[in-house]
Write a protein that binds this ligand. Structure first.
Ligand SMILES: [Zn+2]
Ligand SMILES: [Zn+2]
Ligand SMILES: [Zn+2]
Ligand SMILES: [Zn+2]
Length: 246
């Protein structure tokens, strides 16, 4: 939707307080107020017709006294009014040439007061554009407020999540250290156990071997004795009968 390019305030400033139209050839007087050249001279002539001797006049707007000699063309205001007119042309109805200051809500378009009364827009919901703009501005303002609230919520959640992340980092770090130290202890324990089992095994082996070597020596000794005895008996066998029976 187009916003009213020429604001109401600007139009008011460029409107002649005598004819209530955009000023034509604006002239200003000593108080600073401006009027159409034709309007202010007409105003002066009216007074002179009644009181021909009058030389001091009063501003129709603020009642400040002024003299005819203080009238000055206000070229700056004149140019400004030209601009306003140009801009207003874009804002006038192509069909009726009137200012498009009404918004037809049914058709979503800008129309003039004559369009509003035409059969084409009969029974349609219409509103003055300033009101519509205000409505839109309020709507946008509300949307901005809502979005701002959402954004705040989002920021809060973001901070909360960041806190959770750092908490989890700390938590897992301490758990990691605990696991590592537990396993280090376990490894130390297992290593000690291994050493102890190996030591016991070594001890047992030593004792058993000692015993077996001792047995072996004893058996060797016994074997030698037996062999000697056998030899003795064999010799006796082969000797004479007399000797055998000795
Ligand atoms: Zn005027
Ligand atoms: Zn004035
Ligand atoms: Zn129209
Ligand atoms: Zn309509």
């Amino acid at each position: 939707m187009a916003s009213p390019i020429v604001s109401k305030k600007m139009r008011e400033e460029a409107t002649c307080a005598i004819c209530l139209l955009l000023m034509a050839e604006p002239v200003s007087i000593s108080c600073g107020h401006s009027y159409c050249r034709q309007c202010i001279t007409g105003f002066l002539e009216n007074i002179r017709q009644e009181i021909p001797s009058q030389t001091l006049f009063y501003c129709p707007h603020c009642r400040a006294p002024f003299q005819v000699t203080s009238l000055r063309p206000n070229k700056q205001l004149g140019s400004l009014i030209e601009v306003i007119k140009e801009m207003s042309q874009d804002m006038s109805c192509e069909e009726h040439g009137e200012f498009l200051h009404i918004f037809c809500e049914d058709e979503g378009q800008l129309i003039c007061w004559r369009c509003e009364r035409s059969p084409q827009h009969q029974g349609h919901n219409t509103a003055v554009i300033e009101d519509v703009c205000q409505g839109y501005q309020e709507m946008l303002q509300n949307a901005v407020t809502n979005l701002r609230e959402l954004e705040e919520e989002c920021t809060k959640l973001k901070l909360f999540t960041r806190k959770q992340i750092s908490e989890w980092n700390e938590k897992t770090e301490s758990q990691k250290q605990k696991i590592q130290s537990d396993f280090k202890n376990l490894q130390r324990f297992l290593h000690e156990e291994e050493k102890s089992y190996l030591w016991k095994l070594e001890k047992e082996k030593e004792q058993t071997l000692q015993r077996l070597i001792g047995n072996e020596a004893t058996l060797e000794q016994k074997s030698q004795e037996l062999r000697r005895h056998i030899l003795e008996l064999e010799e006796r066998c082969q000797s004479s009968a007399q000797k055998l029976l000795q």
